[in-house]
Ligand binder design. Sequence first.
Ligand SMILES: Cc1cc2nc3c(=O)[nH]c(=O)nc-3n(C[C@H](O)[C@H](O)[C@H](O)COP(=O)(O)OP(=O)(O)OC[C@H]3O[C@@H](n4cnc5c(N)ncnc54)[C@H](O)[C@@H]3O)c2cc1C
Length: 338
Amino acid sequence: MKIEKNKSLKKFNTFGIDVRACKYVELYDEEDLKKILSADEFKNDSKLILGGGSNILFTKDYEGLVIKNSIPGIKIIFEDDKSALVKAGAGVVWNDLVLFAIEKNLGGIENLISIPGTVGAAPVQNIGAYGEELMNKFHSLKGIYFETGKDAIFEREECRFDYRNSIFKKELKGQFVITYVILQLIKNPRPVFNYGTIKNELDKQNKENYSIKDVSEIIAGIRKEKLPDPAVTGNAGSFFKNPEIDKSLFLELKKEYPEIPGFTTPCDKIKIPAGWLIEKCGWKGKRIGNAGVHDKQALVLVTYGNTNGSDILSLACEIKISVIKTFGIELTEEVNIY
Ligand SMILES: Cc1cc2nc3c(=O)[nH]c(=O)nc-3n(C[C@H](O)[C@H](O)[C@H](O)COP(=O)(O)OP(=O)(O)OC[C@H]3O[C@@H](n4cnc5c(N)ncnc54)[C@H](O)[C@@H]3O)c2cc1C
């Protein structure tokens, strides 16, 4: 275990913000994690678990201990005729797990291809894309409480998954580290392609049947077109969540903006694409200093060159103000701000 001091986090967050961690350690197993959590040396330090840094905006140096979770390993731990339980270490790159599943023809997470970050962070915000969410194939997870160093297992219900949310992003934020995740994936899978333009793209291939690999490749291609590559342009994907509003407000807005898109949620609210609201307020492609709004997807805030996290935060603030003034809708951040 190597404790580094005053470590730059520029390479460890996809916005590429150059802040420093007072202390930094990279860990590869639960035992070392427990040693760190119980060590007197770090008892009074605030602690931040870092995965791939793709859902984080740093606005200042981190005055505590950053623990980069790199616990490895993917394996099938149980299978029957219908499904397989796949266990992965929290430090596994999420996309590697997706590719593992596709290669074994185990279905359920192929639509979540190309989402950056680690397996351990995936339950934190119940990652989702193209009509799928992690919670749909989630079995359980293991982790450790910071305070007591005790292990705990969480089954699906206990995680309180919601749209880009879970108990780990709310009540247990900064108190619990996820070490392993188990997913229940489907044998002889049927791909899900009734979302967005996936079906149109598949039709161009003129095949009778589509595999999960076909669908994943289409989605990976669409994502590459639409989203900026963090290796080239700093970003953390969607900066805001899609707001859910009452039907009455939606109907009011529809009078003034007949083209406003909205989708009914299971709780009978209407979900509005935040990107549409932001674009309508004229922000798409705008740049203030070294912070900007992506020109192909207004939900993504980007950095140009050396940007402070606070520049991004100020831009986000201005966007929120104009959306509330125009539509009476309050946007909330999907990205974790530190
Ligand atoms: C280009 C781009 C596209 C994206 N597209 C999507 C998308 O389609 N759908 C989607 O849902 N997200 C998307 N994201 C957001 C991001 O990829 C996911 O939220 C991802 O799960 C974050 O993983 P990470 O390892 O980078 O987490 P980090 O950014 O390192 O951490 C995020 C939060 O989780 C906590 N955390 C991390 N690991 C653990 C752990 N092991 N235990 C406890 N807490 C932990 C951190 O403390 C932090 O609060 C996108 C991001 C980018 C840059």
